[in-house]
Ligand binder design. Structure first.
Ligand SMILES: Cc1cc2nc3c(=O)[nH]c(=O)nc-3n(C[C@H](O)[C@H](O)[C@H](O)COP(=O)(O)OP(=O)(O)OC[C@H]3O[C@@H](n4cnc5c(N)ncnc54)[C@H](O)[C@@H]3O)c2cc1C
Length: 394
């Protein structure tokens, strides 16, 4: 696929990033990233540390907070090169959610205490928003935080916490006032995952991997200074954060990597007549369709990122990116399953299956796990309602 950015300056920037990754990315990290989805924090953290020592720990943060000062195109090229090289993805929850929220709404003391750990890849975060009966209807959440002297006491149950079992800290949305309308009585707290009263239960997903958890909070005492921003403003911070999460979830660079891998798969894998699948015009047509839709997605992501650079927060267009990006991710792995045929239905050893044809490695797990991308970060049905209301005025 041809790149959209082709100035000589950007070409030399790309070459610099590519050379750095080539020299510093351990081959075992790339192999682990290629083979699966749920990476251990050690791998993610060590790669984050390598990038941070080069000054590239959080390209999308403001320069004053440890960012790189790169423009939108450079940030995108950097992400793209990392994805194409199968570098481990950064800790999305710290780098894209907790960090930006603390930069925007946290206290100076919180920024000093927590941002360095995210940048260095030694402290990991999880997001404690959803509850068993509060997902799409998040504002109905029941977890409470009550003031007790100079502490808050939190009680409730959170669910679906991505990487909760690997996290040191949680940003947790809890009800601090139930006398007002639901959205107006919520606050956000930084919670130490080792605090007394916290317990976790793993939830296994369809790919038989463990990345999500139920978390129970039983009289968890949180110091007063761990309130993020102002009390009862938690919903406002959450909305800003969910918008960022949706833009990030378009996952365009990694989808590009997957489409390239899909092309390689079609070149390497024989069809029923023994010839490479790529010789089949129907297969070529499918791949061309995915590539065209990818280019459209990439342009839309870049335009939202350019707005962000100009100081405009993304609005409902983030919902369009969420829908198009997540559906494309699913179509890519669905196509892989069709191309692989029987080779695609064998699970990894340890998950009840035999050895996998190397060409199929990672595809089945990705295909199964990617059922979630149209659900999390706000389901696609909810995003369609946002678009209908705010863009179409319905
Ligand atoms: C793998 C995974 C990881 C996750 N990670 C996290 C995390 O780290 N932290 C966190 O806080 N949460 C996390 N979530 C939770 C996620 O945000 C919620 O699952 C999501 O918001 C949907 O909520 P729900 O599961 O309660 O489904 P529900 O809200 O019960 O929805 C069920 C179905 O009904 C549809 N629906 C609901 N309301 C409407 C409506 N008004 N109009 C039309 N259709 C509607 C939905 O689209 C969906 O199809 C994760 C979820 C998954 C699956």
């Amino acid at each position: 696929m041809a790149s959209l950015f082709d100035t000589s300056e950007l070409r030399s920037f790309r070459a610099e990033v590519r050379a750095f990754i080539h020299e510093h990315l351990p081959a075992e990290f790339a192999a682990k990233t290629r083979a699966g989805l749920h990476l251990h924090r050690d791998v993610v953290g060590r790669w984050q540390g390598i990038l941070n020592r080069r000054g590239w720990g959080a390209p999308h943060w403001p320069l004053s907070a440890g960012g790189t000062g790169w423009d939108t195109y450079r940030r995108y090229i950097f992400e793209e090169e990392c994805a194409l090289a199968d570098a481990p993805p950064g800790d999305v929850l710290g780098l894209f959610l907790a960090g930006p929220m603390l930069i925007a709404a946290g206290s100076e003391a919180q920024r000093t205490r927590y941002l360095p750990g995210i940048l260095a890849g030694c402290e990991f975060w999880c997001q404690g928003f959803s509850e068993p009966n509060a997902g799409s209807d998040l504002a109905s959440l029941k977890t409470t935080a009550r003031r007790d002297g100079d502490h808050w006491v939190i009680n409730g149950q959170k669910t679906w916490l991505t990487e909760g079992h690997q996290a040191d800290l949680m940003f947790c949305l809890a009800r601090t006032d139930d006398s007002v309308k639901p959205q107006a009585g919520l606050s956000q707290f930084i919670v130490d995952m080792k605090a007394p009263g916290i317990s976790l239960q793993p939830i296994l997903t369809m790919d038989e991997g463990h990345s999500v958890n139920a978390v129970f909070l039983d009289n968890v005492r949180v110091p007063g200074e761990n309130l993020i921003g102002e009390p009862n403003r938690g919903w406002t911070y959450a909305k800003e954060l969910l918008t960022r999460e949706r833009t990030n979830n378009a996952q365009a660079p990694r989808t590009k990597r997957d489409i390239i891998a899909l092309q390689r798969l079609a070149e390497a894998h024989p069809g029923p007549d023994g010839r490479p699948l790529m010789d089949d015009p129907i297969v070529r047509d499918r791949l061309a369709g995915l590539t065209a839709d990818f280019v459209a997605l990439e342009s839309a992501v870049l335009s939202v990122l350019a707005d962000e650079m100009a100081g405009r927060e993304p609005g409902p267009e983030a919902s369009i990116l969420k829908i198009r990006g997540s559906e494309l991710q699913q179509r890519v792995t669905e196509t892989a399953m069709e191309l692989l045929g029987e080779a695609g239905v064998v699970l990894e050893p340890g998950y009840g299956g035999g050895p996998r044809d190397p060409v199929a490695r990672g595809w089945v797990e990705r295909h199964l796990f990617r059922r979630v991308v149209t659900i999390y970060a706000g389901s696609n049905e909810i995003q369609r309602t946002i678009i209908a209301r705010t863009i179409l005025g319905m």
